[in-house]
Write a protein that binds this ligand. Structure first.
Ligand SMILES: Cc1cc2nc3c(=O)[nH]c(=O)nc-3n(C[C@H](O)[C@H](O)[C@H](O)COP(=O)(O)OP(=O)(O)OC[C@H]3O[C@@H](n4cnc5c(N)ncnc54)[C@H](O)[C@@H]3O)c2cc1C
Ligand SMILES: NC(=O)c1ccc[n+]([C@@H]2O[C@H](COP(=O)([O-])OP(=O)(O)OC[C@H]3O[C@@H](n4cnc5c(N)ncnc54)[C@H](O)[C@@H]3O)[C@@H](O)[C@H]2O)c1
Length: 479
């Protein structure tokens, strides 16, 4: 059995790969990766999904054009061409990243699953043991599969496999009401498939501000079939390779009402992702875990055991973070990189004003508190909200926009912006100025009036959503 010693060992080549900075050039690094080099975001996550969202939105072009008195037609969608274009860009990036690391003299790549074997050591499947001065667990998360008959049928997919299928399905069942389900329902419906989305709860994207979540559920229902209060009960294969699904209506009274059969070409299951702490053997190694399987870390990203940080052991990204977002994993990686290199000057990761977006149709974005959370935190009398319709701004007229909403939430006593939630075209971009104001502590009025906003750009939606808040302007407010 081989034993390797290292100054730094990393489990996971997603965000973990970025830790190998020039600081480690003259030191020994071991990087373990069980799967495709580069992790989730590059290979099966953020990047390829958005590369499918773009053509899907393009295929929807005629819908918007029709509102603008232009007749267009989407002639055809070349799924295979699209898929191959997307992955012929992504796969070489993964390959090149792998090759680059493999060729570095100071880096040892272990392409196997590894399990912790002590505070800063792990063992690979072939028995290779690694003993490290510092160890970072960046092993990510994986899709949760419900325990229903037929879940392993070949046409039942998760986000890991659905983007590589051989043809555009005609009928798609999407199971779930969160980020992944809503993005893929948008992608496939835009590309012309008949999509049925089932969701256990009463609304899609229930983590968002309730007003926006309701509005989105309604809008989504105009674009594809949305059935809330439904759970998947079983799946079976038909003779011609399709999948039949039995769906239960939650809370229905009589036996006849409760079952909804359906036949689909593929099923996409998106019911959340669980941290890979079990795959690395975190519990057996004595590490503290949250109830959902996340590894517990302190503000410096140090892994906890018995409530105390383990010397030289860090974690980052989906395996420890409540927010399974790439920009969060990247931020935590920068913090870990700093803390590895500067043990006497540890820096904390920041958790305030973390935005997210769902690239569905219409697009969604949010940051900070929802109205309900703000009321719980500071009392209804201190909360002010504004819902700005895209359609009530000049660019919204140009777009003939019918559904876009930008909601802001603030503390009416001092104008502190507490949160925002957006549904509509370019929501992920329009929300960014609010993230800026929240991150730098600029109150709503100063931020809205203290700068020029280009007229009549769509960003006036953001400006008006801030100006509409009932907040103090200050003694000598900007004009
Ligand atoms: C379909 C989809 C779309 C997404 N879209 C977005 C988006 O638009 N924006 C956004 O911010 N976030 C998005 N996310 C979330 C984002 O991809 C993740 O939050 C992020 O990639 C997590 O990075 P990570 O470094 O923690 O883990 P990963 O990138 O998953 O890296 C972990 C690596 O560890 C490896 N590993 C695990 N266990 C072991 C082991 N025992 N031994 C060796 N190796 C191991 C895995 O194979 C994996 O490669 C999306 C996720 C999915 C699934
Ligand atoms: N654009 C983005 O930033 C982006 C895109 C995709 C994924 N992600 C990240 O990946 C994570 C995972 O995505 P996801 O969509 O799988 O999870 P999610 O947490 O967003 O949604 C899971 C959904 O499944 C439902 N659910 C869970 N268990 C269920 C069960 N047994 N039966 C019925 N319904 C059940 C939940 O109520 C929820 O609606 C997201 O939380 C997000 O952090 C981000």
């Amino acid at each position: 059995m081989t034993t390797l010693t290292a100054d730094l060992a990393i489990i996971g080549s997603g965000s973990g790969n970025t830790l190998i900075t020039p600081h480690w050039e003259d030191k020994r690094v071991v990087l373990a990766e069980q799967g495709t080099f580069g992790g989730t975001c590059l290979n099966v996550g953020c990047i390829p999904t958005k590369m499918f969202v773009r053509p899907s939105e393009a295929a929807r072009g005629p819908e918007e054009a029709a509102r603008l008195n232009v007749t267009q037609r989407t002639e055809a969608v070349d799924w295979v061409g699209m898929r191959d274009r997307i992955f012929s860009r992504i796969d070489p990036i993964s390959d090149a990243g792998r090759r680059y690391r493999d060729e570095l003299e100071n880096v040892e790549l272990i392409e196997q699953r590894v399990r912790l074997a002590g505070a800063r050591s792990f063992v690979a499947e072939d028995g290779t043991r690694v003993e490290a001065e510092r160890l970072v667990i960046a092993a990510g998360s994986r899709p949760v599969l419900p325990d229903v008959p037929g879940i392993h049928l070949p046409h039942v997919h998760t986000s890991d496999t659905v983007m590589r299928i051989d043809s555009l399905p005609r009928r798609v069942l999407v199971v779930g009401g969160g980020f992944i389900a809503c993005e893929f329902a948008g992608i496939f419906s835009g590309l012309g498939a008949e999509v049925v989305q089932i969701n256990r709860g009463p609304r899609l994207m229930r983590g968002l501000d309730e007003e926006i979540s309701r509005a989105y559920t309604e809008e989504a229902g105009k674009n594809w079939t949305v059935r809330c209060g439904r759970v998947l009960s079983s799946l079976a294969e038909t003779d011609d390779g399709a999948v039949t699904a039995e769906i239960l209506v939650r809370g229905a009274q009589s036996e006849e009402e409760v079952r909804e059969p359906g036949e689909f070409d593929i099923v996409l299951v998106a019911l959340g992702r669980r941290p890979n702490s079990d795959l690395v053997g975190a519990a057996e190694a004595g590490l503290d875990l949250h109830g959902d399987g996340r590894i517990a870390v302190d503000a410096f990203q140090r892994v906890l055991s018995g409530g105390r940080p383990v010397d030289g052991l860090f974690a980052l990204g989906d395996i420890c973070s409540e927010l399974q977002l790439k920009h969060v994993a990247n931020h935590e990686a920068r913090v870990v990189a700093h803390n590895l290199e500067h043990p006497d000057d540890l820096r904390e990761s920041r958790r305030d004003a973390v935005p997210s977006a769902v690239f569905t149709h219409p697009e969604l974005a949010s940051v900070g508190l929802t109205e309900t959370q703000a009321v719980e935190r500071i009392g209804a009398e201190n909360v002010t909200c504004k819902v700005q319709r895209y359609g009530d701004t000049a660019y919204g007229w140009a777009m003939e926009d019918r559904s876009g909403l930008f909601k802001t939430v603030a503390d009416r006593r001092d104008g502190r912006i507490l949160g925002a939630c957006v549904m509509g075209y370019q929501a992920s971009n329009l929300i960014q100025p609010v993230v800026t104001a929240m991150s730098f502590g600029i109150d709503a009025h100063t931020f809205a009036r203290g700068q020029y906003w280009i007229h009549p750009a769509l960003m006036e939606v953001t400006e008006n959503a801030l100006l509409g808040l009932d907040v103090p302007a200050g003694e000598r407010p900007p004009l």
